[in-house]
Design a protein. Structure first.
Length: 288
């Protein structure tokens, strides 16, 4: 056996191991860490989706319930005095699976009703007569609670919904585990969310440019504009623009690529949401 044959084979390293190897010194603060992660993305150590989730996880520790909660005016809550069949009709119409149930006062939250518990209570031989028999305890949280702390509480208590209250005990909204997870992984659609028709993410703006949702597939963009955005490395227009700019951009930043000027119209701490798009040649003609 030759020396070459006896030499150990290089071990495959995970992206996390490669990322650790890429760190030069310890980050001093959150901003340093985020910049290191973005450098790792530019160097191909991690993918854009992974970068987005890591930045989302970091952002969650700095966010509070007030940043993501459903306001009281938009809550779907059920009155305890309705017959079970009437409650079931409201449950079916809403498409939700968990509901706060209140007494005569909407601030008087009696508990949380799960749709499956309601269905079981109706179809069982000894059907219950009062929805109060089906309620589960409600988790109460303040608007100022950090999301990472709330996520731990959700996991420990196995709750998926919490009622948000103010210092006087009044209900100000609700928050679900899905609301928290979406800050990390992006929007989570379920079977009740209607899919947008093809092309719905592209709209004509008043000045002759277009407004494009960042999640628009590159294939759809190329077909609409007879464009040549590369689709071998990126799946969405937003991913293409973020990679071109080199960091998660803020509203107002621009990027020229594939014959188009992309302007970030809307973005948050985790992702680009909406882009303004116009052919680069159109700007040149206007300046002539």
């Amino acid at each position: 056996m030759s020396e070459d044959d006896s030499s150990p084979l290089p071990e495959k390293r995970s992206w996390l191991e490669r990322l650790s190897h890429a760190f030069s010194g310890e980050p001093r603060n959150r901003e340093d860490l985020i910049e290191i992660l973005r450098d790792a993305r530019r160097n191909g150590i991690i993918e854009s989706d992974t970068l987005g989730m890591l930045e989302g996880a970091l952002a969650v520790s700095a966010m509070t319930v007030a940043d993501v909660m459903v306001p009281r005016a938009q809550m779907v809550s059920l009155p305890a005095g309705l017959r079970l069949l009437d409650l079931m009709r409201q449950v079916v119409e809403s498409g939700h699976s968990r509901f706060p149930v209140h007494g005569n006062d909407r601030d008087d939250i009696l508990g949380i009703l799960l749709a499956k518990d309601l269905l079981r209570g109706i179809v069982e031989d000894n059907a219950v007569q009062d929805v109060r028999e089906l309620l589960r305890p409600a988790l109460l949280v303040s608007e100022g609670k950090r999301l990472d702390v709330l996520l731990r509480e959700f996991r420990a208590s196995r709750n998926h919904m919490a009622i948000v209250v103010d210092e006087h005990g009044g209900v100000t909204g609700l928050v679900t585990i899905e609301d928290v997870l979406e800050q990390i992984v992006g929007d989570i659609d379920d079977e009740h969310d209607e899919a947008e028709p093809e092309g719905a993410g592209i709209a004509v703006a008043g000045d002759g440019s277009w407004v494009v949702e960042a999640v628009t597939p590159i294939e759809e963009f190329n077909e609409r504009f007879a464009a040549g955005l590369p689709d071998d490395e990126f799946d969405t227009v937003g991913g293409f623009v973020v990679a071109g700019i080199g960091h998660l951009p803020e509203p107002g930043e621009t990027f020229d690529g594939a014959g188009f000027r992309f302007t970030v119209l809307e973005a948050d701490q985790r992702r680009v949401i909406r882009l303004g798009v116009r052919p680069v040649a159109a700007d040149a003609d206007a300046a002539a």
